[in-house]
Design a protein around this ligand. Structure first.
Ligand code: ADP
Ligand code: MG
Length: 325
């Protein structure tokens, strides 16, 4: 029975690659790292009720389990190649596994990512994925390296996923949103359930950004990590934060701000570049379709400060999600 589930996963995620000498089915996968490349490896776990709402669609969970890991490779400027999947299920539910594998494969295929192994066990629903990517030696984009005077930019828009989560959690309590706001609501919930890892942007930034991180826990928290790793501080202008039209359809500027500053799960990239490179970098990322917005600057010191539209520093009540807080 468990074997059937593994076979189902294997078939649905099939991705031929020359560098996979041995994939799912033996005691271990055998993989050939291309000559002249380094491996970038990351692992993220999703637990039901913590990292995705109870009752999420299986395909969305499959997509997101891979997306959050690919986002880590994107932030390193790595090209994805292989993944391992540890699936813990309350019951051997074929429908769930089929949906999960379909969502996983939908994101894996365009990136030619091969699922090469894993583990399947029984217990409360949780999913761990390991991804492996390639990066030229010494070229990985890291959190360290931001310099005083660099500009701070983010790809895409901020706060959508957190606003989407608020909508999901409110469902059933309220009557929902008005008909004309449905597309905005659906967009925000899709940003929560099906985040887009910014892999092409990460590659484009590899030779250009001085430091980079993906936003999983919220802009303030993650930019804070970048600053700590680089030994610098940052100043952000609230009025410059890129907000989607969907977020602004449901929230005014003031109520959108906490989502954009503190909300997690957007999986956009936040990065620093020397000021003379901003225009070139923005043009490059615009061509890739995600765009990038200059939101502030790297300063001496430590920590992240936010300037309001009136020029005064803001006191932030809602920080990004912190583990075990
Ligand atoms: P073992 O007892 O040797 O660990 P398993 O029965 O756990 O063997 O796994 C059999 C094969 O199926 C292995 O190649 C393993 O990598 C793969 N596998 C198991 N679970 C998964 C999964 N959820 N996704 C992908 N491959 C899996
Ligand atoms: Mg096993």
């Amino acid at each position: 029975m468990e074997f059937d589930l593994i076979e189902m996963i294997r078939q649905r995620t099939a991705q031929p690659r020359d560098d996979v000498r041995l994939g799912i089915g033996d005691d271990a996968a055998v993989l050939a790292v291309p000559p002249g490349q380094e491996l970038a490896v990351a692992l993220d776990t999703l637990v039901e009720g913590v990292h995705f709402p109870h009752g999420s669609a299986a395909a969305d969970i499959g997509w997101k389990a891979l997306a959050v890991n690919l986002s880590d490779l994107a932030a390193m400027g790595a090209t994805p190649a292989w993944a391992l999947l540890a699936l813990t299920l309350p019951a051997p539910d074929a429908d769930f596994v089929q949906g999960f594998a379909a969502g996983f494969a939908e994101l894996a295929q365009p990136h030619r990512l091969a699922l090469v192994g894993g583990d399947t066990t029984r217990g409360p629903l949780s999913i761990s994925v390991v991804v492996h990517g390639f990066v030229p030696p010494g070229r990985a984009l890291t959190r360290a390296g931001a310099r005083v005077g660099d500009a701070v930019l983010v790809t895409g828009t901020l706060g959508d996923a957190a606003a989407g989560l608020a909508l999901v959690l409110a469902q059933g309590q309220a009557a929902g949103v008005a008909d004309e706001l449905r597309p905005a609501r659906d967009y925000l919930i899709a940003r929560l359930n099906r985040p887009t890892p910014r892999l092409a942007a990460g590659l484009a930034l590899r030779e250009r950004a001085s430091a980079c991180i993906d936003i999983s826990d919220g802009l303030l928290a993650d930019l804070g990590h970048l600053c700590t790793a680089s030994g610098v501080g940052a100043e952000i202008d609230a009025a410059r934060l890129p907000l989607s039209s969907a977020l602004l359809a449901l929230h005014d500027d003031a109520s959108a701000l906490p989502f954009a500053l503190g909300g997690g799960d957007d999986y956009e990239l936040c990065f620093s570049v020397p000021p003379e490179r901003v225009v070139e970098v923005q043009a490059g990322l615009a061509r890739l379709g995600c765009g990038a917005t200059r939101i502030g600057r790297i300063v001496a010191g430590s920590g992240v400060r936010v300037r309001g539209a009136d020029g005064a520093w803001l006191t932030i009540a809602q920080h990004g999600w912190e583990h075990f807080a």
